[in-house]
Write a protein that binds this ligand. Structure first.
Ligand SMILES: Cc1ncc(COP(=O)(O)O)c(C=O)c1O
Length: 431
C-alpha cells in the first residue's frame, strides 16, 4: 500500500485506539493535501440548481464550459487556446493518466514528486526515468539535469511531467526558468505534461507563468477546480492540448469516451459558474490564496526555527518540504532507519502526521517529509480574515495562533520529538 494511504489509514485508526487506552490528546494531520477552504457559494448554488441535468454531455465537455475554460486560461495566464483544445475530465489526475496512455515515449518523473505520477506510469507499463532535483536548484528541473537523464535515451519522443507550482515544495518556476527548459525540450524531443493544478493558489498571482504560454507547441496543460476553488470532490479537471498533432485530442477523446463518457452533467454546469470569471469567484480565490500565504509562511518559519530542520518557503499550494538530514545520525542511532519509520513513530508518540519522503519518490533513508498546512477550519478562518485582515507580521502570527491552533501545536510536537532525538533518547508517547 502506498505510504500516503497507509498514513491516512493510521490517522483514522489511531485516535480510536488511543481513546480506548484513555488518551484524548488531539491528532495533527499534516499528511493530507486538501484545500481547507469552502467553495465559492455561487458554485454550490449552480450545482443545486442544476441537479436535474441528467443527459449525457459531449465527451470533451459542455461547449459553453470549454469556451469559458479557454477564456479563463487566456485571462489569467495569457495562454492562447481555443475551446476545441479543451477537454473536461473527472479530475486532472484522470487527464494525466489519459495523456500518459496516449503519448508515446518514456516518462521523466522529477523527484521529489507528487505521489500519483509513478503508479500511473507503471500501470500503463511506461518506461520511467527518475530525475532527482536538488535543494540548490530550488527542486527545479534544469536543462542540464534533463539532458543528463536523457543522454542515452533513443526514443524519438520523451514525456516530462512538470509540476508547477510544485507539490511537495510549494515552489514556482520563473518565466526565465521555463524558457530555458522549453529550449532544452525542443532540442531533446520532449513533450511536457504541465500539471498546473495549483496555478491560482500562487500567493502572488503575477509570479506564476504557465508553461503553455512559453512552449505552446510542446505542452499539454492540466488543471481543474480541486485546489484554488476547493472542489476536489467534484472531480472536475481539464486538459488544454496543443493544436498539433490533431491526433492527440482525438486519442484522448477515444480513451475518455471508452472509459467515463463525460463528466457528470450537474458538475459541468457548476463548473461553468466556477470558470465564469465572476467577481465572487475571483475574489474568493484571491482571499484564499492570501490567507494560505500567511499560514504557509508562518508554518515554514516555525519549522525552520527547529534546530536540525530546514524547509522550503512556499510560493503556492498547501505544502512545505521539510528536510531532517542534519539529524540523520541521531535517527540511525535510535534505529529509525527510514523516513517512513520516523513519521510512523512521530505519529504514534506525538500524534502528528507528516508524509514521508519515500512517498515522494525519494530514497527511503533520505530523512525528509511533506508537511501540509491545512489542518484548520478554513471556513471559520476565512470569515475572520475577511472581517479583519491582519496587516503586520505580529498580527499575522497572532491570527495563525488563534485560528490554526492545531498547526502551531503540531509543529511544537515535532520540535519536542526532535529535541529528544538530538539528545539520543527514543521519544515516548505523550498522553
Ligand atoms: C500535484 C497534483 N496534481 C494533480 C492532483 C490531482 O488533482 P485532481 O483533483 O484535479 O485530480 C493533485 C491532487 O492532490 C496534486 O497534488
Amino acid at each position: 500500500m502506498p505510504a500516503n494511504l497507509r498514513i491516512n489509514d493510521q490517522i483514522k485508526a489511531f485516535p480510536a485506539y488511543c481513546r480506548k487506552h484513555g488518551c484524548t490528546r488531539p491528532y495533527h494531520h499534516f499528511a493530507f493535501g486538501q484545500s481547507p477552504f469552502p467553495l465559492p457559494p455561487c458554485v454550490i448554488e449552480a450545482l443545486r440548481s442544476n441537479a436535474s441535468q441528467h443527459d449525457y454531455l459531449p465527451t470533451a465537455g459542455l461547449p459553453d464550459l470549454r469556451k469559458a475554460i479557454a477564456k479563463h486560461y487566456r485571462r489569467h495566464f495569457g495562454v492562447k487556446c481555443t475551446p476545441d483544445q479543451v477537454v473536461v475530465s473527472p479530475g486532472s489526475k484522470e487527464m494525466i493518466a489519459m495523456l500518459l496512455a496516449v503519448l508515446r515515449g518514456p516518462v521523466v518523473v522529477p523527484t521529489p514528486s507528487w505521489v500519483s505520477y509513478l503508479p500511473q506510469a507503471k500501470i500503463l507499463r511506461k518506461k520511467v526515468i527518475v530525475l532527482p532535483t536538488r535543494w540548490e536548484d530550488g527542486f527545479k528541473v534544469t536543462p542540464d539535469g534533463l539532458a543528463r537523464v536523457l543522454a542515452s535515451e533513443s526514443a524519438p519522443q520523451k514525456i516530462l511531467i512538470l509540476n508547477h507550482p510544485h507539490n511537495p515544495t510549494g515552489l514556482v518556476y520563473s518565466r526565465r526558468e521555463l524558457q530555458a527548459l522549453s529550449k532544452a525540450c525542443r532540442r531533446l524531443g520532449v513533450i511536457i505534461i504541465s500539471d498546473e493544478i495549483y496555478a491560482l493558489t500562487t500567493f502572488e498571482e503575477t509570479e506564476f507563468t504557465s508553461m503553455m504560454s512559453v512552449f505552446p507547441e510542446g505542452t499539454v496543460l492540466t488543471g481543474g477546480l480541486s485546489k484554488d476553488r476547493s472542489c476536489g470532490g467534484y472531480r472536475c479537471g481539464v486538459g488544454i492540448l496543443p493544436k498539433n498533432p490533431a491526433a492527440l485530442i482525438r486519442d484522448v477523446l477515444k480513451v475518455a469516451g471508452a472509459t467515463y463518457s463525460c463528466v457528470a452533467a450537474p458538475i459541468q454546469y457548476a463548473a461553468l459558474e466556477a470558470y465564469s470569471g465572476s467577481d465572487e469567484v475571483e475574489s474568493h480565490m484571491r482571499d484564499c490564496a492570501r490567507l494560505n500565504e500567511v499560514v504557509g509562511r508562518i508554518t515554514a518559519s516555525l519549522l525552520s526555527n527547529i534546530p536540525g530542520v530546514r524547509c522550503t518557503f512556499p510560493q503556492a499550494g498547501f505544502y512545505v518540504f521539510v528536510d531532517f538530514n542534519e539529524l540523520r545520525d541521531d535517527f540511525l542511532r535510535l534505529r529509525l532507519r527510514t523516513s517512513e519509520l520516523f513519521v510512523e513513530h512521530l505519529l504514534r508518540v506525538e500524534h502528528t502526521a507528516l508524509l514521508a519522503g519515500s512517498a515522494l519518490l525519494l530514497p527511503d533513508d533520505y530523512f525528509c517529509a511533506r508537511c501540509s498546512f491545512v489542518d484548520y477550519d478554513g471556513q471559520a478562518a476565512l470569515a475572520h480574515w475577511r472581517a479583519s485582515r491582519p496587516t503586520t507580521s505580529e498580527e499575522e502570527e497572532a491570527f495563525v495562533r488563534e485560528h490554526c491552533p492545531l498547526i502551531v501545536e503540531g509543529v511544537a510536537n515535532l520540535a519536542r520529538y526532535l529535541e529528544q532525538v538530538r539528545a539520543g533518547k527514543r521519544p515516548k508517547h505523550v498522553a
